[in-house]
Design a binder for this molecule. Sequence first.
Ligand code: GLN
Ligand code: ZN
Length: 755
Amino acid sequence: MQTSVIGYPRVGSLRELKFATEKYFKNDITQEALLEQAKTLRAEHLKSMKESGIDFIPVNDFSFYDGMLDTVVLLNTIPARYCKLNVSELDTYFAMARGYQKDGKDVKALAMKKWFNTNYHYMVPEIEDDADIRLAGKKPFDEFKEALTCGVVAKPVLIGPFTFLKLARYTGTKSAADFADACAAAYSEALKKFANLGAKWVQFDEPALVYDLTAEEIALFEKLYRVILAAKGSAKVLLQTYFGDIRDAYDTVTKLGFDGIGIDFLEGKKSFELVSTKGFPAQTVLFAGLVNGKNIWKNHYRKTIDRLNELSAFAKEIVLSTSCSLLHVPYTLENETKLPEAYKKHFAFAREKLAELSDLAKIVANGDREVLAANDALFATARPDCENAAVRTRLQAVSEADFERKPAFAEREKIQKEALALPQFPTTTIGSFPQTADVKANRKAFKAGQISEEEYKKFNQEKIRECVKLQEELDLDVLVHGEYERNDMVEYFGEQLSGYLFTEKAWVQSYGTRCVKPPIVWGDISREKPMTVEWSVFAKSCTNRPMKGMLTGPVTILNWSFPREDISHKESALQIALAIRDEVLDLEAAGINIIQIDEAALREKLPLRKSDWYSEYLDWAIPAFRLVHSGVKASTQIHTHMCYSEFTDIIPTIDNMDADVITFEASRSDLLILDALRANNFKTEVGPGVYDIHSPRVPSEEEIVNALSRMLARINPEKLWVNPDCGLKTRGTTETVASLQNMVAAAKRLRANNE
Ligand code: GLN
Ligand code: ZN
C-alpha cells in the first residue's frame, strides 16, 4: 500500500522560519538569507518524508506566510494598492500579509480569517472587478524543481480553484462565477507545466467541498474541473478534501473522472457511508485520510487496518493518507525532553505520523504482527493519571440553576453603571501589552531555574507597575495588568490546571510567523489553586482605576488544546468551566469587579455545516461559558472577547452567553456586523475593535474617530466601548503607545461631540 502526506508543517521544528522571517522584517538579515533558510527547511522536510518511505510527498505546501496568499500571487490577483508600492516581490507579498507603512506609504493588510475549523489563519484574497486571473507565479514550479534536485519527484499541492474562489472577497460587482473560465484556464496551464516538468500527480486541495453547498456552487465546481480535467496532460489529478465529508458534492466529484480523490475518514462523519452506499469509481484511486492531521494521539493501527479492509470492498486502489495537512500538529516528539515516556508513548506528532504511515503500509503488505501487537497493547491499558473521581462527582451535581446568572442583564447593567461610574464610551484594552524581549527572557530564565521565584515575580510586578502607570498616563478607563506572566492565553492555564500536559517545543503555526503551543488534555481537569489572582490583585493595588481580571474561557481553552479522544468535548469543556468558575469567584472575592473571560476561539470550532451548529456544539459550548460566570454578584461586570466578528448568524446565541460586555474584531472586516447587532436587538454592551493590532501600522486619531462615528450610527451610545481589536502582546511598545494615544483622544473627541 502506498502512502501520501497532504502537507507538512513549514515553520521548522525549532521555528527557524519564524525567527528568520522576523529578522528579515527588522532588517537584521537580507532577503537572500531568508530565502536560504526557507530552502534548507524545505530540503529537511523532503528528507524526513523520503526517509520514512512516503510515496506521495508534497511540495508547494511550504509558504512564507500562507498558502492562500501564495495563490493570490500565483493567480495574479494582487490588489492594485500593493502593486503600487513598487517594492520587491517578497515585500509586496509581506505587505499583503501585514500591511505596509514606510516612506510615506500606508496600506493596510488583507483581511485574515480562520482556516475552516482550525486555529490556522489564511489571508482573504480580494478580487477586484478588473482582476486579470492568469497563471503568473512561479513558486510551485520552482519548488517542484528544487525537490527534483533533492531526488524527489514530489506531488505539487495547489489550493484548488473552487476553494480559492469561494473564500475570496469580491470588492466590485462580480462574483466567483465570473472568474471561473479564467481560473480554470490558469489551473489547466499549471497542470500542463507540472506535467512537462515531470510531475506524476498534482494535488488540488478543495476543503471547501465539506461545507453545505448550493446547487450553483456545485455547478461552479463542476464547470471548473470539467475544463481542467479535459485539458490535463500526463500528470494525474488528485482532488484532495479534508476537515469533513463531501456529502453535497459526492455524486459530482465521483463522476468527473479524477485520477484520485482524497477523503477524510476521521472528521468526515459521513465519509464511509458515502463510499459504501454510493460506491466509488473503479478507475479512481481512493486516498483514504486515516492518520489524523489535527490531533496528536497515536493512531490505533488495528482500527485503521479494519477501516482499510472495509474500504477495499469499494475502492480498487487505496493510498493511505493523512486526514489533512500535518500543518496543524507539531513537528516531532524528539524535541520533548521532559515528557515522561509513559505519556509520550501515546502521542505522534508530524514526524512520528510519517512513521505511522509507513508502519501501517508494512502491516498491510506483510502483516507485521509485532508492530501491530505493540500498538494494540498501548490501547489496551488505561492511561496513567487520567481519571479524577472528584471532578466527575462535582460535574454530576451541577444543576440547571448553575447555568443561570441572576439578576437579568438589564438590571445588572443599571447596577454596574452606577457602581463603576465610567465615562461614556469607556476605553480599555483586550489584556496583553507588548511582550518585549525582557519579558520573555524573564519567563525563560525562571523556567530554566536561573532565577528564583521571587526574582521572577519582582520583575513582573515592576512590569505591571509600569504598565498600569502607562495606562493611567494614556488615560484609559478600565485597566489591565498586561499579562506578562503568560506565554499564551491557553497554555498559561493548561500549565496550571491538573489533567493537562504541556510540551516544550510543540509549536503549531497560527498565522504568519505566529505559532502557538497547544497543551494536551490528558485527563479529567481540575484547578488546584488560584491561577491569576495574585497578579490581578497586585495590579489593582497600583491604581485607583478599575482593574480588569483576565481569564480564558473553557471553550477556547479546549479548542486551542489537543483534546482527548476518549471522552466528549462537552464533558471536557464542562470540567474546565468548573475550574475557571472557581477562579472567577476567587477574583471577585479578592475585589476584582470587572472580569474578562476570553472566548477567542468559540467561533472557530463551529461545525462547518450549519445543520450541526447547535446539536454538535453550541448546545454545550454556550452553557459551558455560562457555568463559568453565573455565580458572580450583579455588580461584577463580566466581559468576553472574541477575535473575529463573523457571528452575524449566531447573534442571539452570542447574546445568550449573557456576558455584560463583549469586545470583538471589527477593524479588518466591514461593519455589517453592527447592523446585524442592531437588527437583533443585541443587549450586551459592545466594543468593536477600532483598530487592527495584527499589523504594526499606527491608526490616526481621525481614522478612529471615523470608525467610531460609523459605529455610533448603529449602536446605542450607552452600550459602546472603545478598544483595539485584540491583545497587544505581538506589538512593539512605540506603535502601541502611539495607537492607544490616538484611540483615547478619539474617544474623548466623541464624548465632547456627544455632550
Ligand atoms: N486577553 C488576551 C490578550 O489580550 C486575548 C488574546 C486573544 O484574544 N487572542 O492577549
Ligand atoms: Zn483577540
